[in-house]
Design a protein around this ligand. Sequence first.
Ligand code: DGL
Length: 272
Amino acid sequence: MNKNSSNLPIGVFDSGIGGVTVLKSLIESFPHEKFIYLGDTARLPYGSKSPSTIYNYSEQNIKFLYHQGVKAIVIACNSASSHFTNSFYKEIPIYGVVKPSAYYAVNSTKNNKIGILGTKATVTSQSYVDAIQSVDSKTNHIFQQACPLFVPLAEEGMADDIVTEIIAKRYLESMLKENVDTIILGCTHYPILKPTLKKVGNSVVNWIDTGQSIAKLLISEFNNNKILKNTESNFDKKIKILTTDESQSFKDLASKILARNNLDFQLVNLSF
Ligand code: DGL
């Protein structure tokens, strides 16, 4: 990185709209930083794809963001975080959401019973189970559930709908019977459905939001100078949002989630 690298933005990517919930947590935690968000809307969903496809898409997204000039990259997508392990750009740090969320789940549970909601790709990868057990090998009451219908419900804006409630009851039923006190929302889209999920799982004490977990990790990374703080006192606070497919509903939902109307949307071609 060159000497002005501290003033570069942080790159964030997801398969689509869901990662904007992660971006929101990052903007709130780091108001003095610049961000570039990449939503790979042309190839969404990732959660039903094979590990090698998810890996290749993640690699292309990382290369693209790196060439945009960023000082760090956050893989907001849980499916991508579960499958993308190595970093070929050693000169900038790349963070996934699985490890910090597993850490906060282990540190939040009182009865050692943790539920994980995620896409099929995330659940099958066992990434959260492995990450939880590497934080504390004694935490072995872990209950996973793939929730493939949640992503389209969130995309359709059906956050507070009876249909979502019925499906949530079905998905949460078995982990609630096991008395989990902590549930990881292991997919970028699920925080959008949080009001309904909390209603259905009202006995659950801790809902682990991956955006908040990664923001807490980045606070310590800034404090340890692993990421350099932006030194500009005055900069354009417009957030750059790049997508690989044009979508008005993406723009509307992103503006709503971020509660901003000065977003800078651009359509990009990753040359894949
Ligand atoms: N972003 C994905 C994740 O967090 C959910 C949407 C998708 O399947 O692409 O796993």
